[in-house]
Design a protein around this ligand. Sequence first.
Ligand code: GUN
Length: 318
Amino acid sequence: MSTAVLIDGKAYAEAIRARLAISVGELHDYHHIVPGLAVVLVGQDPASRIYVRNKHKQAEEAGIRSLVHTLPAEVSEDELSTLIEGLNGDREIHGILVQLPLPPHIDTQWIIDCIDPAKDVDGFHPFNVGHLFTRGTGLIPCTPLGCLKLLRRQHPDMSGLRATMIGRSNIVGKPMAQLLVQENCTVTIAHSKTRDLARECRQADIVVAAVGRAEMVRGDWIKPGATVIDVGINRISLEDGKSRLVGDVCFDEAVAVAGAITPVPGGVGPMTVAMLLHNTVLACCRQTHVEPCLHAVGKRMSSGTRCFACNAHERSSC
Ligand code: GUN
């Protein structure tokens, strides 16, 4: 029985964060700019608190100034939007993230719409959603972007591959499907009303699972040799009273069939945070009209920008 290659998101995310820390240092040393990230947490949801703590810690470790605004669950929409308006106008804040889910009395989309699209490091604002669909230069949601980076290492050319996205959320499913279309995959979006989910998976060279149901995707749903990206993080209780984190894919079954698979934990999760930091530095560079140059991100300088490592204008490299 063959065993799939393990896609090590933890190690890849660490490498990305180390590279970002160098870029942040250069931004500071050459331009006296410190990227600033504001994270807004409403209420006491235990999972959200852990996610926010993690984002804050990793941002600080990369040299990003991170400020967490914790608000009570009863906060009004007006109070929340007033906070966001203040952050929109704060020149030291380049990225704003409102941790979801929000309490039911708050209109989540209305709050997202309040965020300045240039600072929307989650990529959830309709401006950035639109840019994603038109291949513009908006900010791309962190989890799908992290999945894409993992997939590209496995499949440098995804043209013509069949991909099945399980889940149609605004946070993962819809943007991920669009990114796969841009990679020239033939994409199926499956969801809770899909008639034969197993069959939709079995035809796929790439399966991305983001449904939030522990171990729902079974081993016999996977085409032999397929690449499986598991976005789910579910805590399940064990008989001995302890608990364990599992994904949306039954790992022990799928690993024997797939060609490559992400573990949970240690797969997509760390990539999401790394992409948040990436988006924050990107948003900062755009707002301050400074651009990482060839040696930092492997691309040419565009007209009217300065390299943040050497301060050169419109150079092809430095
Ligand atoms: N809750 C779960 N995932 C996310 C995410 O990517 N961004 C925000 N803001 N909230 C989330």
